[in-house]
Design a protein around this ligand. Structure first.
Ligand code: AMP
Ligand code: MG
Length: 316
């Protein structure tokens, strides 16, 4: 943004995350509409409260199909498709394990191996039966649980963007706890890349974008420590344990925030080399990897620029 532009910021806590809306005009009613929209969307997808469309599907597991609204059906269909990609570490039926570990929700111990092994048998995405005509979703085995936590925020960020565009807003930023979507930016919106395991305002650098989404998934977001070991919230669908590799975080820059949300999780599982090779073949998706060795690795910077602020990190 140019230094002359005045930015008005509105905040709320929704979906268990701090939500930030930035506008170039003072417009409290518009901010209230945006927060209401986010709340409505959360009510469709959440699995952290007893009643939502996704919870209705989970509660009927092994028993009967549940008819859902078109947006919920479409998001489940997309999540299923990504989960079935060859070698994908994204698995939207990981719900039983997420619930068992409770990472970020008072979880502080490793579940027994036998329990992890049992729950892994409930995480087969092929056992989610979709009927497009009936708009129904059926989980074939009792105990199965869909978890859209790795995709819903991106989807919702895009809905906020669409709503703001309908309202003729030409410059805005919405941050749903690490999922950022932007409209315009004269010349650019600056989005901080957080320093892992540091204070909330400590940054490795700044990502500048115009009308793009910036999504970061990091192992420092939600975790617990036990015997000197950190256990974070992105689980390996093969082992049922937190994914373990050289990465601290993955950031995706893309036009659609839903893609950013999907690809952060997918690329986290791939690691740097495979991840870079993968996105080189994928139009519109760019990435920034931060490794445990404090390397910051950017893909081709067509959709963003990155400014390093902390010289203890090395830009590759
Ligand atoms: P994100 O914040 O996008 O990195 O997504 C993390 C959230 O997605 C977790 O809090 C879980 O709810 C869920 N999750 C954890 N592991 C996986 C996985 N392997 N595939 C899909 N969703 C996952
Ligand atoms: Mg994600």
């Amino acid at each position: 943004m140019s230094p002359d532009d005045r930015v008005y910021a509105y905040s709320a806590v929704l979906m268990g995350s701090p939500i930030l809306l930035k506008l170039l005009e003072h417009n409290q009613p518009l901010a209230a509409d945006v927060f209401r929209l986010i709340k409505q969307q959360e009510n469709l997808f959440t699995v952290n409260r007893p009643a939502s469309e996704v919870m209705a599907v989970n509660q009927a597991a092994g028993d009967h199909p549940v008819v859902v609204s078109q947006p919920v059906f479409d998001l489940i269909a997309r999540a299923r498709e990504i989960s079935l990609l060859t070698g994908s570490c994204f698995n939207f039926t990981i719900g039983p394990l997420v619930k068992c570990w409770k990472i970020g929700f008072q979880g502080n111990s490793i579940p027994p191996a036998a329990e992890i092994a049992r729950l892994l048998t409930l995480t087969n995405p092929r056992q989610v039966i979709l009927d497009r005509q009936a708009r129904s979703v059926f989980l074939q085995t009792k105990g199965m649980e869909i978890d859209l936590g790795a995709i819903a925020k991106g989807y919702i960020a895009d809905r906020v963007r669409d709503f703001l565009r309908q309202q003729q807003v030409t410059d805005a930023l919405i941050n749903l706890g690490g999922n950022v979507q932007t409209i315009g930016g004269m010349p650019d919106w600056g989005i901080g890349l957080k320093k892992p395991f540091a204070g909330p305002d400590e940054l490795i650098g700044v990502i500048s974008v115009c009308g793009k989404s910036v999504v970061t998934s990091g192992i420092y977001e939600r975790y617990f420590e036990l015997a000197g070991q950190r256990y974070h919230h992105i689980l390996d669908p093969q082992s049922g344990f937190p994914l373990d590799n050289e990465l601290l975080s993955v950031t995706i820059i893309s036009p659609q925030s839903i893609d950013g949300d999907i690809y952060t999780t997918l690329l986290y599982g791939m690691g740097v080399d495979k991840g870079l090779a993968y996105i080189a073949e994928t139009p519109d998706i760019e990435a920034i990897f931060v490794t445990r060795q404090r390397q910051v690795i950017c893909s081709s910077q067509r959709q963003f620029t990155f400014t390093l602020l902390d010289n203890r990190y090395q830009l590759q």
